[in-house]
Design a protein around this ligand. Structure first.
Ligand SMILES: Cc1cc2nc3c(=O)[nH]c(=O)nc-3n(C[C@H](O)[C@H](O)[C@H](O)COP(=O)(O)O)c2cc1C
Length: 366
């Protein structure tokens, strides 16, 4: 999908969070072979805050490995017992005996060390953009990217975050409104984008959150953004690596089905409403855990539910979901990535013509 978007005239960005260093290397090599020299980016997550960071936990050792066991021990038994109860209610069977279990697989790149090893791998490839979410990337990481001629972008949900990113030396700010899928703040794109544009000028801003059509691209540019950044719309394209069950759920969902929940990572993220997101709101729920513990605590449950499975069979259809934004309302049929890019451009041009027509009509009235 990244290669298809870049070849169609967009700029594909690979979300690296879920990949081990070995997998990331394989993915980037594949992109290099298929992107026909077009620019692409890599998105990492180096959160400014996570449980244990101040005590030095989550740093990589000399071999680039992060010790996950210290985090595993921080997960309360009460949380594990409650999740087991929910899975039993939905009759989700345990994982088969021979199912692969990777030590620390729930830690992902959600620590300083995990994110850094991903940066090192990304910079060995001809990537043009490094993007970070959940706080300013460390200064030395920005400098390293610049030494490789790579620009750095960062996602923000408030003006204060944007100013902090600019002070840290980030080249491009992505102003992401609350409508967005994934980790998201509370301010809508309509208000956030112009406020961020004004606060960080002349630093370029990409508008994000709720963009899945040419009219929405035009709106973001009208608010002062220099470009747009999209996420949800790619979940239902033909090239998306998403299970057919989830794709079908997304194609049927409306905006109210995209809810903010801490159940994925411990920080608020907009997700498709499922039995799993609802369970974490129940009065008997012991509460979510801080990042990165929540994702680790739920890793086995996610595998049992089939969260990361591409199979047509699910062990628990009602619990199966995906991060997605309110713009899921416009995702009603599967299209190719190139078709989506073309559709954006065509509707954007039509919109400009319509708006120009308003100007012409006003002028002719004198
Ligand atoms: C399934 C999904 C996964 C995401 N994962 C990440 C991520 O790992 N890192 C990141 O910076 N943003 C992530 N995002 C947020 C997107 O980068 C983007 O800001 C957001 O989707 C824009 O809003 P939209 O969903 O309304 O298009 C994710 C979004 C979705 C829908």
């Amino acid at each position: 999908m990244v290669a298809a978007v870049s070849k169609a005239g967009g700029m594909g960005v690979l979300g690296a969070l879920a990949f081990s260093p070995e997998q990331l290397e394989i993915e980037l090599r594949w992109i290099d072979e298929h992107v026909e020299g077009k620019p692409y980016g890599v998105d990492i997550v180096m959160p400014a805050k996570y449980a244990g960071k101040e005590q030095g936990l989550g740093r990589a050792d000399a071999a680039g490995q992060v010790d996950a066991s210290v985090f595993e021990k921080m997960i309360p038994q009460a949380t594990r017992d409650w999740m087991e109860k929910v899975l039993e209610e939905y009759q989700v069977p345990p994982l088969p005996e021979n199912a692969p279990r990777r030590e620390g697989s729930g830690l992902l790149g959600w620590t300083d060390g995990g994110g850094r090893s991903q940066v090192e791998i990304a910079l060995k490839h001809p990537t043009r953009l490094l993007v970070n979410a959940l706080g300013p990337p460390p200064k030395d990481v920005i400098e390293l990217a610049h030494q490789h001629g790579v620009q750095v972008a960062a996602l923000v949900g408030t003006v204060e975050h944007a100013l902090r990113q600019k002070a840290q030396g980030v080249d491009i700010i992505v102003a992401q409104g609350t409508e967005a899928g994934g980790h998201t703040g509370e301010i809508g794109s309509m208000v956030l984008i112009p406020d961020v544009v004004d606060a960080v000028a002349p630093t370029p801003v990409l508008g994000a959150g709720g963009i899945a059509s040419g009219r929405q691209v035009a709106a973001a540019l009208a608010l002062g953004a220099q470009g747009v950044w999209t996420g949800s719309v790619w979940l239902t394209v033909a090239e998306a690596d998403v299970s057919p069950i989830v794709k079908e759920k997304l194609l049927r969902a409306g905006s109210k089905d995209a809810v903010r929940s801490r159940s994925l990572s411990g920080k608020p993220a907009r997700l498709l409403r499922t039995g799993w997101t609802e369970a974490w709101e129940r009065p008997d729920c012991p509460g979510t855990l801080p990042m990165p513990l929540q994702y680790m605590a739920t890793a086995e449950a996610s595998a049992r539910i089939g969260y990361w499975s591409r199979s047509e069979k699910s062990r628990a259809r009602e619990l199966l979901g995906m991060p997605v934004g309110q713009v899921v309302s416009r995702m009603n049929q599967e299209q190719g990535s190139a078709e989506v890019v073309r559709g954006f451009i065509e509707e954007f041009v039509d919109t400009l013509e319509r708006l120009n027509g308003l100007l012409d009509a006003a002028e002719s009235r004198g």
